[in-house]
Design a protein around this ligand. Structure first.
Ligand code: HEM
Length: 551
């Protein structure tokens, strides 16, 4: 008999029972593809067929089966994601906050690899399963990024003309995505090495003075100064001089970016009805954004320099002085530029994405260097062995080919990657690996902190161990490690980020020995859009010797 009655196990057979003509489907794989399209199963390969007598392993067995045939995913019946019971208004707020990283981890252990949470009226599904993350990040028939949706964690920051905070389907996204990434390609990023090196060298006077006073300093505050100095130069071509003195304040643009990222998060954690109050996070976010945009408008007016010609995108990417200069001069194959109305919002987003992530990451990096002196010594030794002196301009290839430094940065990003809101929206009902049914419209967030610590995919996941990266099979799944997300909406600044993280570590470790002098256990800021360290204090002690030689 060529027509079989097939249903999804876990639902009532009547609700999903479906006649399937298997005459033309000669192989099991073809049948799985067909069933996947009928029942909206994201990974056809995860489907299995079952009758009362057990698993059906071939098309012949299926052909011989007269009774209804059940479909499972990953050999599981289809199930709804669960989560803690909701309280009125606040939902699961107190189950998750203030320690959202730790509590999400706890909830995965309790409710499974896909969980459902409701916080202040916003429903978000979270996963620690890399197989689910692969589907979610795909920008495919099932998922897209849509911050314009109320439940999306970036809803309060949504602007559909900008990367990061705009919908993939917005007309502006295509254009922004065509113009912006080339300015951060591997080749383009290399050109920023001298800027990066100068910025780090600028910081030496201040760290030397702090050392002279035997003073400890907060890693986040100084790394915000450093990454603010680097990124304003790379993006705006502007000097913010954060290291004129030990007490130099943050430039207003950098300070506003910190406020913008903080308020974006706090407004998404507030009850929506509070947004009308004069001092609500949403109101303050709006005021902050306006001021930031107006300052960036002024800064961008400095570019291009008089007489600088327009250039095709690939040339502009490697010949411009900074990203703003590039965006104002780059023309596409139709000789058209990025529309003016998209320019400043995208500059704001690139700057905010660049500063907020690298400052958080670098503060964790300094913590790890101080906490693990042997690791620090190995990095120092590796830099010395490569004959780099404080005055040598670093070559891109040398920097990127130091294996221990590379492993250290990867391990730091695994355990403390700063991003944790890479949410996507389900375009239709879909069954994801693990047999979880995700309803159309749902927001799904693959949570890096838990993906990167998932014991099914990492040996001894909580252990800080740069050497794990020596093993070829360190990642048991391609998506078990994605600090920069993945797919078409993944990070476009990762070349610059990789360069900056490595160069800062190499230059600082060559000059200083970092010692942890924090008075209390580490705390991250639960109200920030990224994972940033609040209370790590180090001393940077200027080195006087290096292996084998006087410095
Ligand atoms: C350690 C450093 C960094 C990390 C961990 C990081 C991580 C990420 C992640 C996870 C996303 C995806 C967000 C999502 O899925 O919703 C993203 C997007 C983005 N990142 Fe990064 N990032 C870093 C550095 C940078 C830098 C230095 C820049 C620019 C100079 C940058 C610019 C961007 C932009 C523009 C997007 C939006 C892309 C889009 O919407 O298509 N990032 N980043």
């Amino acid at each position: 008999m060529a027509t079989k009655l097939v249903y999804l196990e876990g639902s009532s057979p009547e609700a999903t029972l479906c006649p399937v003509d298997i005459e033309r489907l000669e192989t099991l794989d073809k049948l799985k593809d067909h069933i996947a399209s009928i029942f909206s199963v994201a990974e056809a390969g995860s489907i299995s067929f079952h009758s009362e007598s057990g698993l059906l392993t071939s098309i012949d067995e299926i052909n011989r089966t007269v009774a209804k045939i059940g479909v499972r995913v990953d050999n599981q019946v289809i199930r709804e994601p669960h989560g803690p019971r909701e309280l009125p208004f606040v939902g699961n707020y107190f189950e998750i906050h203030p320690d959202h990283i730790g509590n999400h981890e706890r909830l995965f252990h309790r409710y499974g690899n896909v969980i459902k949470t409701v916080v202040m009226g916003r429903t978000v599904y979270l996963t620690n399963d890399p197989r689910v993350a692969k589907v979610v990040f795909g920008e495919n028939e099932f998922f897209t990024k849509m911050p314009s949706d109320f439940n999306h964690p970036l809803f309060s920051m949504n602007n559909n003309v900008a990367l990061f905070i705009g919908d993939t389907t917005s007309p502006a996204f295509k254009l922004a995505h065509k113009f912006i990434p080339p300015s951060m390609s591997t080749n383009a990023a290399q050109r920023y090495m001298p800027i990066l090196q100068n910025a780090v060298q600028d910081s030496f006077t201040v760290f030397d003075q702090l050392d002279g006073r035997q003073a400890a300093w907060n890693t986040y505050q100084y790394m915000l100064k450093l990454s603010g100095q680097v990124m304003t130069k790379v993006v705006l071509g502007m000097d913010v001089d954060h290291f004129d003195t030990v007490d130099t304040q943050l430039h207003e643009i950098v300070r506003l970016i910190g406020d913008y990222v903080l308020l974006g998060r706090t407004s998404s954690l507030s009850l929506p009805c509070l947004k009308y109050l004069p001092f609500s996070s949403a109101r303050r976010l709006s005021v902050t954004t306006h001021r930031l945009i107006s300052l960036l408008d002024q800064a961008a007016a400095a570019w291009p320099l008089p007489g600088a010609p327009d250039l095709p995108i690939p040339k502009a990417a490697v010949q411009s002085t900074c990203i703003t200069d590039y965006l104002k001069r780059a023309v596409d194959e139709k000789n058209e530029k990025l529309p003016h109305e998209y320019l400043i919002p995208n500059i704001a987003v690139v700057l905010a994405a660049g500063i907020s992530t690298t400052s958080s990451m670098l503060s964790y990096i300094l913590y790890l260097l101080a906490r693990y002196p042997d690791t620090q010594t190995k990095i120092f030794q590796e830099v010395v062995d490569n004959n780099v002196t404080p005055t040598t301009p670093w070559a891109y290839d040398t920097l990127m080919s130091l294996p221990y430094l590379d492993h250290f940065v990867k391990e730091a990003l695994r355990l403390h990657g700063p991003a944790f809101q890479p949410a996507r929206n389900a375009k239709k009902d879909v069954i994801v690996p693990g047999a979880y049914r995700i309803p159309a419209g749902a927001v799904v967030n693959p949570l890096f902190s838990s993906l990167h610590r998932n014991g099914d995919y990492w040996d001894n996941p909580g252990r800080f161990d740069p050497d794990r990266w020596m093993a070829a099979d360190v990642k048991k799944h391609r998506m078990a490690y994605t600090p920069f997300a993945a797919g078409p909406r993944g990070c476009v600044g990762f070349n610059i980020a990789h360069l900056e993280l490595r160069l800062v570590v190499a230059l600082l470790v060559y000059r200083y020995e970092f010692v942890d002098v924090s008075a209390e256990p580490m705390r991250y800021d639960p109200e920030y859009l990224l994972d940033r360290l609040m209370n790590c204090y180090v001393r940077a002690i200027k080195r006087t010797t290096r292996p084998g030689k006087e410095l």
